[in-house]
Design a protein. Sequence first.
Length: 761
Amino acid sequence: MPNETKPGPIGTAVDSSVYFTLFEGTGDSIFLMRGEQFVNCNPATLQMFGCTREQIIGQPPYRYSPEFQPDGQPSQDKALEKIGAAFEGRTQHFEWLHCRYDGTTFDAEVTLNVVEIAGEPHLLATVRDTSERKRAEAELALSRRTLMERNDSLRRINSLSTRLHGALEIEEILAITLEALRGLTPTPQVVICLQEMDGRGLQVAASEGAGEALPLGPASPLAQALHALALAEQRIYVSADFASLEDRSTANANADVDANANASTALPAAALVEAGVRAGVVIPLLYRDVPLGSIGLLYDAPRSFGDIELESFVAIGNTVASALASARHVDGLEYLAHHDSLTGLPNRMFLHREFERMLAARGESNTGGALLLLDLDRFKEINDTLGHHVGDLLLQQVGPRLQEVLAGETAMLCRLGGDEFALLLPNAGDPALARAIAQRLLDALRRPFLVDSMQLLVDASIGIAFHPGDGEDSNSLLRTADVAMYEAKRKGGGVAIYDRSLDQNSPERLSMIADLNEGIRLRQLCLHYQPKLDLKRGRQVGFEALVRWNHPRLGLLMPDSFLAQAELSETIHPLTDLILEMAVIQLRAWRDAGLSSSISVNLSARNLMDDRCLLTIRRLLQQYRIEAGALEVEITETALMHEPELVAERLDRIAALGVGICIDDYGTGYSSLGYLHRLPIHALKIDRLFVTDMRNGEHDAIIVRSTIALAHSLGLIVVAEGVEDGETLEMLVGMGCDQVQGYHLSMPLPPEQLAMFESTA
């Protein structure tokens, strides 16, 4: 059956499905008018206007409009004008302010077209709600204005800072400042007051602008009132209307408004109103909390101040104060050059100078001293989470806290920058004394700090270097103390004394690394294997591969002689590659001999962070046709805490190969079994320190027993290393430990002796 047709525009007919799509299915409001009344509408109209069909049919169009349009025209007159034009055949497209049935208004675009239905002319009106678009356009316009205001503010401040740079005469600074303030809109009356050098008197140093300029010279009561507003709390003071006493002082544009005008602000406000001043901003000129003066920007009518404007005023005050300090305190520049502006402590330059003085004073009787380098742990987290403002406030408290500890000591505390402090102890050549002082500093820092109504807990790492053994000048001593400090950080914090073996740039270490690289190239390294015993089955279940170095001059070297140095350099990567290759080759030899033992290889944190390590494991397993389960990697607990999210991702990729993962030295780090349970590990190895001390201390035995029970509850295999005697072995059996290794069972053996061990296990 052919589709039903509906009357369409003049001379046309519209298919019913098209009619439904256009009239019933659209999201725009569409209604029909005959004469000046609504005769039909679509569902979208009812939803847009919040009414029923009965409430709209028969109504004139201006029923759903406010009395007046935004241009001031009466809605009824304007609607009839548009309707008349449309009925004359001229399509009308215009913006309109509509109102819903409940009286709320919304912006819309309206299109009017004349159509013929059943031989009679009708008006087809399409209404599109543009409220959201208008709102977005308004927000965009506001963002653009804000950006332009901020750019203008930055340009003004940068220009002022550039021009003030190097200006050492007060008159020049005042002239530059007045010129910059002339560009403000609206133009204020400017009053610049300067504190006299003794801090007692106050002078009006400059005055000009829209109002009557104040006389220069000793400050009048009005100038004193202005200055009092700024210096009452040493923060910028803002009043939109002095007469209303709704004054506020704010440290920055985002601070809370203080709407309670007390007596100290009410009296100056009254004096200003009497002088014809209605609104204003008073900017304190402070340098290192020392008042140098103030800048008053005064207006003869009430006005509000925007955040960007206030930020600009604060920046202007800081810039001018800095220039004034340089000009007025030429004699104090020496002090400023050698002290930290945030904490007031001596800085790095002062440290170098005092070190040279210390050496000169001692002359030939130089008995040595110590330099301590202290770095706050996780200080970046405080800055990132709480803001640099809180970090600065914390640093300002750290100095006095440390100085309390040093009372009575011959010592000089400096801030080198950031969260790094240095302590020169000219009489602490004894390592025990230097370490004791360092520990007292750490204990003091571990007491909570109250910062901005928050309690913050702080820890630190301290490196110690001694003169002249670790460095003959201040630069070399700072470098060696820095090496020690990073060693303390690597161990999780605390105190570390400089050791040349840990120094990446010591001659001995550089020589050792060069020899080791050559040894790797010539394959001078070999693996010894220490067996692991399954206590339940009473048989060997695998071996840990331990590297040895057949040094051409020094003989067979244990890993303690070179592994730490390798981990501090890129040499750790080719060394680990060689160890993995030798272990997989040994697995292939055992498989060819019909043996099924597995091998575990130790990986460092640097190996774990290197994508090449994963590729090497995959390549070797494929090349030598070894099942992945035959290889296990051991990761120290400390390495797990180095970028935990990235470590977890790398472990997942290793586990995906089918390689087993065991946590080594468990108990020496700060991880929890709950955290380990989220990682793809199958075993953990209790650190030898807890195992070897079990017989002598119940505390260690409790730790081992609890660790075994908790690990079993998480489905993990527990390995105890460092089993040196039968009594320890029996205790571990009683605790339910799964596997053990240690010299009581077997020392690490070269591969040719392992067959004998397997046959006698």
